[in-house]
Design a protein around this ligand. Structure first.
Ligand code: NAP
Length: 234
């Protein structure tokens, strides 16, 4: 009798342990999105908000940019990449860097801002940093017009690679506001130019956040024929 009872108890405990470790109740990861108020940043935050794995924390630099997120119960944090950002990574598991100077303060924001956030993330032990870089960042000389911007992006990418923080560096071609196709062409080096919708860039960045996806890799993307989930298995 006691044997049967112990057996039933053991079975129940086993089921409970399985349930506790099942993905259904897996703890969601907090993802800090730098540049959350940007065109691509907003798309990233919205994707994360509907994800079963991730909780977005929208980093914005103006008080009045918070409401649009807080109205949807999305956490926000006020920080300027030109100033101290060391406080922004507390309780953060992973970071997506989608901020950008738009060409005006490339060194201050695209380079030094990114480096400061990598430092902050490293200090608080984040598990991945996903960088929205740019095609051409491996060879800034390729464009006279964009050279300063590409040098800044290259320096930030190198800093990230050497930081020992697990990373993914995504280098898209020209960004468009076309509707996303959910399909891309991805390669370490595409050897051709091209465009890609911000929708598809946002999806690629979010896919890259998974622990098992593209760890310590750098790749270029443009619009293409491969489903994003296939191009980046997670
Ligand atoms: P975007 O709309 O210009 O958004 C950039 C975001 O960065 C904005 O929300 C901006 O904040 C934020 N930001 C700027 N300075 C900041 C600071 N000091 N502190 C905190 N946040 C700051 O950019 P996008 O068009 O979505 O593009 C995203 C990124 O993709 C670009 O920055 C670029 O690096 C990269 N990229 C672009 C292209 C292209 O064809 N455009 C191609 C390849 C890669 P506010 O909203 O307050 O201004």
């Amino acid at each position: 009798m006691l044997g049967l009872f112990l057996y039933a108890l053991f079975k129940k405990l086993n089921e409970l342990i399985k349930y506790l470790f099942s993905s259904e109740i897996a703890v969601m990861e907090n993802i800090l999105v730098a540049g959350a108020n940007g065109t691509t940043g907003k798309k990233i935050v919205n994707l994360l908000h509907t994800s079963q794995y991730f909780n977005p924390v929208a980093m914005v630099r103006k008080e009045d940019q918070k409401k649009q997120f807080e109205d949807k119960n999305i956490k926000t944090i006020l920080a300027d990449l030109e100033e101290d950002v060391s406080f922004t990574t507390e309780n953060i598991d992973k970071i997506v860097f989608a901020a950008g100077s738009g060409g005006k303060k490339v060194k201050e924001i695209d380079q030094e801002g990114a480096k400061k956030l990598i430092d902050a993330g490293k200090k608080s032990g984040i598990r991945k940093f996903v960088m929205l870089s740019s095609m051409g960042a491996d060879n800034p000389e390729s464009s006279e017009e964009l050279k300063d911007y590409l040098v800044a992006k290259q320096n930030a990418d190198i800093y990230l690679r050497e930081s020992n923080v697990p990373y993914t560096i995504v280098r898209p071609g020209s960004l468009t506001n076309n509707k996303g196709l959910g399909k891309i062409e991805l390669s370490e080096k595409l050897n051709k130019s091209g465009e890609i919708s911000r929708d598809d860039v946002a999806q690629t960045l979010v896919h890259s956040l998974h622990d098992t996806a593209v760890i310590n890799e750098t790749f270029e993307i443009i619009k293409g024929d491969t489903l994003i989930g296939q191009a980046i298995p997670s």
